[in-house]
Ligand binder design. Structure first.
Ligand code: NDP
Length: 239
């Protein structure tokens, strides 16, 4: 059976790698993003279908759902990132509130709106996968707080969808190179520090995260739900 798969933020980085894994397996893949150009380029390369959407905007998300097939078997809430990289440097309290909300919007509201809008369209036996972050456990200001909130909210999603046989899990990457996440802010020193923190001695690749997502969406993972799967080379361990 060919499944319908939605990968939000699928035009670059981790989302692109996830979309590629599913597309190469013969699934029907839809990718979203706010910028049409990288999205269309990626879709063409993958044989996926590009849909421009800002997942913080309820109207845009509602319009997106109208353009998706019924049912959707797998939803990957990957759109997000640390919006502090785009902050204007203002440090007054109003700017702090604005910047804090930006990370909550980018990383929690995106997933919540998309999941809510698609809730009735998700196929029994399907899967919802949130892309969290090591920052949920290790910090990183409002970005870490947002990813922690995403992870806790996922527990409710697992409870809501579980009776229909739909799983909901978080894949929490550590440092993943070759994405647009860090803009041009990654210094050699910072990169060396992040790699040194791993037990594998290397940066993660987008395909490392894609492998975990594909597993959680597979028949092998139908009794795994409400969990966090860490993909960080051992940089942050769990019991
Ligand atoms: P990228 O910046 O390459 O990917 C983010 C994608 O999300 C872009 O394609 C972007 O496209 C899209 N996006 C962002 N906001 C929205 C929005 N509101 N609506 C629609 N699309 C949106 O970085 P990564 O691939 O690294 O990031 C993917 C996910 O992985 C993020 O959730 C990030 O927080 C998480 N992550 C990344 C880590 C890393 O080290 N790289 C580590 C831990 C977690 P556009 O700008 O066109 O909208």
């Amino acid at each position: 059976m060919t499944r319908n798969i939605l990968v939000t933020g699928g035009g670059t980085g981790i989302g692109l790698a996830v979309a590629r894994h599913f597309a190469e397996a013969g699934e029907r893949v839809f990718i979203t993003g706010r910028r049409a150009d990288p999205l269309e380029e990626a879709a063409k390369a993958l044989g996926a279908e590009p849909l421009v959407c800002d997942h913080t905007d309820p109207e845009a998300v509602a319009a997106l759902v109208d353009r998706l097939p019924d049912p959707v078997h797998v939803l990957v809430n990957n759109a997000g990132g640390n919006t502090d990289f785009d902050a204007d440097g203002r440090t007054d309290l109003a700017a702090y509130a604005r910047d804090f909300r930006a990370n909550l919007d980018a990383n929690v509201l995106t997933a919540a709106l998309t999941t809510k809008a698609l809730e009735q369209r998700l196929a029994p036996g399907g899967a919802v996968i949130q892309i969290g972050s090591i920052a949920a456990d290790t910090g990183a200001g409002s970005y870490g707080a947002a990813k922690a909130a995403l992870t806790t909210w996922n527990l409710s999603v697992a409870g809501l969808l579980g009776p229909r046989g739909i799983t909901a899990n978080v894949v929490a990457p550590g440092y993943i190179a070759d994405t647009e996440f860090f803009r041009d802010r990654m210094t050699d020193q910072r990169r060396e520090t992040l790699v040194a923190a791993t037990k594998t001695g290397r940066a993660g690749a987008p395909s490392d995260v894609a492998g975990a997502v594909v597993f959680l969406a597979s028949p092998a993972a139908r009794h795994i739900t409400g969990q966090v799967l860490h993909v960080n080379g051992g940089a942050h361990g769990t019991r």
